[in-house]
Design a protein around this ligand. Structure first.
Ligand SMILES: *[C@@H]1O[C@H](CO)[C@@H](O)[C@H](O)[C@H]1NC(C)=O
Ligand SMILES: *[C@@H]1O[C@H](CO)[C@@H](O)[C@H](O)[C@H]1NC(C)=O
Ligand SMILES: *[C@@H]1O[C@H](CO)[C@@H](O)[C@H](O)[C@H]1NC(C)=O
Ligand SMILES: *[C@@H]1O[C@H](CO)[C@@H](O)[C@H](O)[C@H]1NC(C)=O
Ligand SMILES: *[C@@H]1O[C@H](CO)[C@@H](O)[C@H](O)[C@H]1NC(C)=O
Length: 276
């Protein structure tokens, strides 16, 4: 009887010391479990528990604050599960959980952080293209492509913050914030100068601006009147030359093909001139 009583005592004290739920956990849990969102996707990521073998698989679940847990990925061997295709909502407040499995053994579930898609997702960088028109640059901005809906479906207020500077003079950058159009003409620029542009998106609901666009650079040209003036001068010179040639045609042809001496090759010369 003493032995039985003693072993019961040990079990009870084990439960008190180690917390029975932990003591009954056969597998170690995944660590660093985090729910992430980039461009409105929803992906659960985790690190494998220590001493993981290649046979370890994971099962994940997700839920919004309005629903119960639903199955995400079952028995996968990778360390992430994409919930995006599972009819997620742009306004949903989501959380996920993951469990490690090895044969018949399983770990406890580990819950992730909460993500509310429209406020928490990391908005990717816009695509910026530049075209020069005289001494101005036209900036055209394309919104990043989202996993569900479009940027303007998700956010009512979308504005662009356009920063631009003369190449090599980053410290003198100027910004135009709160632009609503995705096509903007920068017209306070110098002619024939290289400028660089970077754009970020601000929205009404997301807590952060988008990732900044790539830096794009382009040279401005001359003002249109300069090009027109140059074209005019070239035309004028060409016309003047033509007039000179026509007026002095006789003298020129006589000079090139003198009448007095007509060796055989000059005949060809004459024929050519008459032909023209
Ligand atoms: C036992 O584990 C549960 C859940 O894992 C936890 O909420 C509780 O605080 C733990 N109790 C002790 C005494 O560690
Ligand atoms: C996952 O693996 C477990 C244990 O091997 C098995 O019982 C379960 O049916 C599997 N689930 C799916 C969806 O394949
Ligand atoms: C999401 O739901 C959790 C749990 O109900 C809550 O603690 C959290 O504040 C919610 N987040 C938002 C942004 O509503
Ligand atoms: C930024 O530049 C990198 C490398 O040139 C390219 O792979 C990427 O697609 C660009 N990003 C955008 C939004 O255009
Ligand atoms: C616009 O971008 C510039 C440069 O990144 C930054 O200094 C400025 O605070 C931004 N303005 C707004 C309204 O986001």
């Amino acid at each position: 009887c003493c032995i039985v009583g003693f072993s019961i005592l040990i079990t009870v004290s084990l439960c008190l010391d180690l917390n029975c739920t932990v003591a009954s956990e056969l597998l170690k849990r995944p660590t660093n479990v985090r729910l992430t969102s980039h461009n409105m996707n929803l992906v659960l990521k985790w690190d494998p528990p220590e001493g993981t073998t290649s046979d370890m698989v994971y099962t994940t679940m997700y839920r919004s604050s309005a629903t119960d847990y639903r199955i995400g990925c079952s028995n996968i061997s990778s360390f992430e599960c994409d919930f995006t295709a599972l009819k997620i909502s742009q306004y949903g407040n989501y959380t996920g959980r993951v469990q490690a499995l090895l044969g018949e053994e399983s770990s406890n579930w580990v819950e992730s952080n909460y993500i509310t898609l429209d406020t928490d997702t990391v908005i990717g960088s816009p695509t910026v293209s530049l075209s020069s028109n005289g001494p101005t640059l036209e900036v055209t901005i394309q919104d990043p492509v989202l996993s569900i809906l479009t940027l303007r479906d998700v956010y009512n207020g979308v504005t662009y913050n356009i920063t631009y500077w003369k190449k090599g003079q980053n410290e003198k950058a100027r910004s135009i914030a709160n632009m609503q159009q995705n096509r903007v003409v920068l017209n306070d620029l110098g002619p024939r100068t290289k400028y660089c542009v970077q754009v970020q998106i601000n929205t009404d609901k997301n807590r952060n601006p988008s990732q900044p666009s790539n830096i794009t650079c382009e040279s401005t040209a001359n003002a249109p009147w300069v090009a027109a003036l140059v074209a005019f001068v070239i035309m004028a010179v060409a016309v003047a030359l033509l007039v000179v040639v026509v007026v002095y045609w006789k003298s020129i042809s006589q000079f090139l093909c003198p009448k007095d001496a007509l060796p055989p090759h000059f005949e060809i010369c004459m024929q050519m001139f008459h032909f023209i």
